[in-house]
Design a protein around this ligand. Structure first.
Ligand code: FEO
Ligand code: CA
Ligand code: CA
Ligand code: CA
Length: 636
């Protein structure tokens, strides 16, 4: 179905499904051997990690639970069945417009190209670069809702409902093919490149529910963050030469913003996934050769054909003035939705890899604990634990995401697991790297050396209120050797793994089990493949979104699972050739925002969503606003 078109930028997920890209060659050719062959051993620096405090501390009021993970502290006893809607039948799940369960309804919000606030430049196709910088981007992905009026998890329901009427919605814009954004396969000028760059990044909009209808409103904090927006670095790598370019250009932008996270202190986290694909080498055929580190991050592959490097030297890997520019991508980026004057901050303590998303919780001793997947075949699952109680750190003016330890997961055969620290204090890493900065910039290489478990493309991670952690492993058609945590050979349709860490997320060991295997559902009414987006609600439901060729004639979809019984029901199917991704929920759990990404792959002959089907209008990525017709909790 989703075939890669030559010279077309394709979303990396599809690229990964259809090309030979496996950046982790450590399984078949040990990466350290490759590195040894190419790099002389570096001096081992004595001493510890240079930890830099940050100037960026969001002005948002101290967090309440409404921002954070749990809208309720523990599983409430739901009245009646936990999941009580009529599943969308397989037979109804393949149309040019979305289908929701009959007890539900949906509306469309912020399609690509709408102004970020009323009065902004109106949508026209194709957009100009100037307009696109003030309009909603394309490739809607991870997102979160930050209520304007903050409430605690134990607040009176009426207060929660009030807080659920207005807030900041922050949405990632992962990718947009040139054919979709520009109406042509290749950029012909720097203006075309700027249009494409402005379509990527993040939108911050203020939304309000007026008599059941959600709209954007004018807001001093509405803004676009895109590939050319000034950003700052923080944490251990902040001052590293690895982030400096010879021409001294300032750090700009964020790209391929896939999934997301949110902090208990009220900020948004956007994750840079397939950043490699936006770079190219103008003399690739001539003298440019990828370093082993660049190879491990996929820069030796041919890229996604965006052509940015042909007009914007910053993305030309062979331009010596911009050496190291690529090291400025592949980070988790913190954004304050309630203060547009703050630059986005790249949090280097969380390591550099193809960040899918981040699930951040308050663990034992109120440590900030962040779980993160690196979405590539045979790549890894990581965890960051802050150095101290996050409230204490913030009071001292230190970001909890700037000081702490980074680990990578090893899943053992006996259903136990270990978190292996990525530290220069480990002789295995000290032999390879000269500083902790290098360990973090080349986290993938460090994880290879520690013996992390190669996974089947870790996508979203979510933490349930009972401390169970779930992660989607979307698929791995190239797996030939099973391991206990990735037992399917090949794994064409994906699975979901579940674990629980010792010491309330802060421990170095965990117990794991396989939660669901997608291919077991094929041919049944529960059919799904390629699990990707994931969110555990406070009541024990798990929302599962898909991205890939579904079986049984289905479009991509969102299902709801009961984490106790593993019962699954289909709440939503999308439109032809789209992806369902991104979940944001209001504190009262009565409104859910879900994204339709790349409807029809941008082809108007397949769908015109969200416009009425007329065979002409270019389809536009958009957010669906999902409610129960009776005003009930989403998923019930
Ligand atoms: Fe952007 Fe791995 O999905
Ligand atoms: Ca995707
Ligand atoms: Ca994804
Ligand atoms: Ca995916």
């Amino acid at each position: 179905m989703q075939e890669k078109v030559k010279s077309e930028p394709v979303h990396a997920d599809f690229a990964n499904d259809h090309d030979n890209q496996i950046d982790n060659k450590s399984a078949n050719r040990r990466f350290d051997e490759v590195l040894r062959a190419n790099v002389s051993r570096r001096t081992v620096m004595q001493g510890g990690i240079a930890l830099a405090a940050t100037g960026f501390l969001p002005k948002s009021a101290e967090a309440t639970d409404s921002y954070g993970h749990y809208y309720a502290k523990r599983f409430p006893k739901p009245r009646g069945a936990l999941i009580d809607f009529t599943a969308v039948p397989v037979a109804d799940g393949n149309g040019p417009t979305p289908t929701v369960a009959k007890e539900y309804q949906y509306d469309v919000l912020i399609p690509w190209g709408e102004p970020i606030e009323p009065g902004g430049p109106a949508y026209q196709y194709p957009p100009t670069a100037e307009d696109q910088a003030e309009q909603i981007g394309i490739g809607h992905d991870g997102m979160w809702f930050f209520p304007k009026y903050r409430v605690r998890s134990n607040a009176h329901p009426a207060l929660k409902r009030f807080a659920s009427k207005r807030g900041m919605l922050v949405v990632n814009h992962e990718f947009g093919r040139n054919s979709h954004v520009l109406g042509k396969s290749d950029p012909e000028s720097i203006a075309d490149v700027r249009t494409s760059q402005h379509a990527h990044g993040v939108s911050v909009v203020e939304v309000v529910n007026r008599r059941g209808k959600w709209t954007t409103v004018r807001s001093k904090n509405a803004r676009r963050i895109h590939v050319n927006t000034p950003v700052v670095f923080s944490g251990p790598v902040k001052n590293s030469p690895l982030l400096q370019t010879p021409n001294g250009n300032i750090p700009l932008g964020t790209v391929n913003n896939c999934a997301n996270g949110y902090t208990p202190w009220g900020t948004y986290l956007t994750c840079e996934e397939n950043f490699n694909g936006y770079f190219g080498a103008s003399n690739r055929e001539n003298t440019w050769v990828a370093t082993p580190e660049q190879e491990r991050y996929g820069f030796s592959d041919s890229g996604f054909s965006y052509g940015w490097h042909l007009f914007d030297r910053r993305f030309d890997l062979s331009d010596v003035d911009y050496q190291n520019e690529e090291n400025r991508f592949g980070w988790v980026v913190e954004i304050d939705p309630n203060d547009a004057t703050q630059k986005p901050v790249k949090r280097t303590a969380l390591g550099r890899f193809k960040h899918e998303g981040v699930a951040l919780v308050s663990g034992k001793g109120r440590r900030a604990v962040a779980y993160m997947g690196d979405d590539q075949r045979f790549d890894y699952i990581y965890k960051f634990v802050s150095a101290d109680d996050w409230k204490v750190m913030r009071r001292k003016g230190i970001s909890p995401l700037d000081e702490g330890k980074l680990y990578v997961a090893r899943f053992n055969e006996d259903n136990t697991g270990d978190w292996l620290e990525l530290t220069i204090d480990n002789p295995l890493l000290a032999e390879r790297f000269s500083s902790q900065e290098e360990v973090l910039v080349y986290a993938r290489v460090a994880a290879d050396l520690l013996g992390a478990t190669p996974m089947d493309r870790p996508e979203w991670i979510t933490v349930a209120p009972n401390s169970d952690v779930y992660c989607t492993l979307t698929n791995n058609s190239r797996r030939t050797e099973p391991n206990a945590a990735n037992p399917l050979v090949p794994n064409n349709d994906g699975h979901i793994i579940k674990w629980r860490d010792a010491d309330k997320h802060t421990g170095l060991t965990f117990d794991w089990e396989i939660f669901l295997i997608a291919e077991e559902t094929h041919g049944t009414e529960d059919s799904y493949s390629d699990p990707d987006g994931l969110w555990a609600d406070p009541d024990g439901r798990l929302f599962i979104q898909t991205d890939g060729g579904q079986k049984d004639g289905l479009n991509n979809q969102m299902l709801v699972a009961d984490t106790k019984t593993k019962e699954i029901r289909r709440l939503l199917t999308g439109v032809t050739s789209d992806e369902i991704t991104g979940i944001a929920v209001t504190p009262d759990q009565r409104t859910m925002f879900v994204n339709i990404q790349h409807p029809g792959n941008g082809d108007p002959s397949l769908t015109n969503f969200p416009a009425p089907t007329d065979g002409v209008t270019v389809p536009r990525d958009a957010t669906l606003v999902i409610t129960r017709k009776d005003g009930g909790v989403i998923g019930s």
